[in-house]
Design a protein around this ligand. Structure first.
Ligand code: ATP
Ligand code: MG
Length: 431
């Protein structure tokens, strides 16, 4: 049965504490999936001098006509706008909401997930019944409650209902995307994404993910502040990774929320098409919407991230694991800091990334990376410098991990993920 739903889309602008109505979203929904959607900007929103675009394509401000709803359709025949999908919970967040409502997996409508995701969601959008609706209070959970959150996350994974006494996860849990268990926490006026261990992990993912992000920082890549917290009283002595949110910053009285879009939205693709895309295609597209003066640096950074992913065998580099943040002063989008980089131990010698790397498709080698370096705005010698620099640091990964307190036993579990640069075409790339 088809249901029609109108929702007011709100946007947080600049350093303002309260969101303003941006327009009306119309959804046609089947039993679970959105079948079609339309959006229309409100006239007052378009008159604001600090209005931000809602995405990099269909919901840009250029050419936007105010007034009647239902004017704009998602690009490329998509049912839902990418920017709206980016602001909704996907795998993990859905499990938390279903646990709260005591319903089976994937049984709710998209609009139900939208309604229950809370207002700490990714980026600067909010969804309310009408343009007059009051904001829902988006409570933030202090980091000292991590052990309760971890306990609740375990229960969600085991399919056990969370008792009211532990229901903090319902405030901190359903807001962000991704598959792994996570929650948003606040500490010293900063907001963090807390990433938990998952039941059945083959190694200490929070500790290894954090160390890999720090290795990326040592390579000169742009990484948010990270930390690892050992949970006191946890019978298994488990750890949680914290990564500072790049879509929030503290301002007097609260937080500014920065507009963000995933690379999936930027390339106007459906989730199922992510693997057909490439780093070079993303770099090409960045030329259209990048913040003034940022595009060269961002393209070089993207190239560096691809090289890093090759060297640490992070093949979960899909299009929702890259994002862009709106910069109000520059009135353009810049590549977000790096997130979700986990080495994948394996035996295979021929490896592929999720996204296309170069002329040999997704093949994870350095010479393949170099083959399309021109599309990242890089002269050959500049691309070679980046490859050399990142290879030199990742070669020493064990030392960096040990300095961060990662045990040898834990390093051994992921050692096969780290490629010797010469085994992945370093010589061919440097000649
Ligand atoms: N530091 C951050 N600041 C703001 N948003 C973030 C940050 N890190 C991740 N996110 C957002 O949260 C989502 C989920 O985070 P992440 O990708 O780390 O989780 P995951 O469960 O490991 O994902 P996946 O399903 O890709 O394995 C991301 O897709 C991104 O939208
Ligand atoms: Mg992810």
């Amino acid at each position: 049965m088809l249901a029609e739903l109108n929702t007011a889309v709100f946007a947080f602008l600049g350093a303002e504490l309260h969101a303003v109505p941006a327009g009306l979203l119309h959804l046609d929904e089947g039993n679970t999936d959105v079948v079609a959607s339309r959006f229309g900007f409100g006239s007052r929103y378009l008159q604001r001098s600090n209005a931000a675009p809602l995405d990099t394509s269909a919901l840009r401000l250029e050419g936007a006509v105010p007034g009647s709803e239902k004017q704009i359709a998602p690009p490329n025949g998509l049912a839902l706008f990418g920017a709206v999908r980016d602001a909704l919970p996907d795998l993990w967040g859905r499990r938390v909401i279903e646990n709260k409502l005591n319903v089976p997996a994937n049984s709710l409508r998209e609009s139900d997930y939208m309604r229950h995701a809370g207002s700490n969601r990714f980026g600067a959008l909010d969804f309310r019944d009408t343009p007059e609706s009051e904001a829902e209070d988006g409570l933030l959970v202090p980091v000292i409650h991590l052990s309760y959150l971890l306990d609740s996350a375990d229960r969600v994974q085991r399919g056990e209902h969370i008792p009211d006494s532990l229901a903090l996860l319902f405030q901190a849990g359903p807001t962000m995307g991704g598959a792994r268990p996570k929650a948003v926490v606040v500490s010293d006026r900063l907001q963090y994404l807390a990433k938990f261990p998952a039941l059945g992990d083959a190694f200490n993912v929070p500790v290894i993910e954090r160390a890999t992000l720090e290795l990326a920082r040592a390579c000169g890549l742009d990484v948010p502040t990270t930390d690892v917290v050992r949970i006191p009283n946890d019978s298994n002595g488990r750890d949680v990774m914290l990564i500072e949110r790049f879509d929030r910053s503290a301002i007097a009285g609260g937080w500014a929320r920065h507009p963000v879009v995933s690379a999936l939205t930027v390339l106007e693709l459906h989730e199922s098409e992510s693997q057909n895309a490439s780093y070079a295609a993303l770099s090409d597209r960045m030329g259209r919407f990048a913040a003034h003066g940022r595009v060269d640096a961002d393209r070089a950074e993207l190239f560096g991230r691809m090289v890093f992913n090759i060297l640490v065998s992070n093949d979960d580099d899909h299009l929702r694991n890259h994002a862009f943040v709106w910069h109000p002063q520059a009135r353009g989008w810049a590549l977000s800091p790096l997130y979700d980089v986990v080495p994948k131990p394996q035996i295979a010698t021929t490896r592929r990334l999720h996204l296309g790397v170069g002329k040999q498709g997704r093949l994870a080698t350095l010479d393949n990376a170099l083959s399309e370096s021109g599309r990242f705005g890089l002269a050959r010698h500049k691309a070679q410098e980046i490859i050399e620099r990142i290879s030199a640091v990742t070669r020493e990964w064990r030392t960096v991990f040990n300095q961060l307190g990662v045990s040898d036993a834990e390093c051994d579990k992921v050692a096969t993920a780290f490629r010797k640069p010469r085994d992945v075409g370093l010589e061919a790339a440097l000649n």
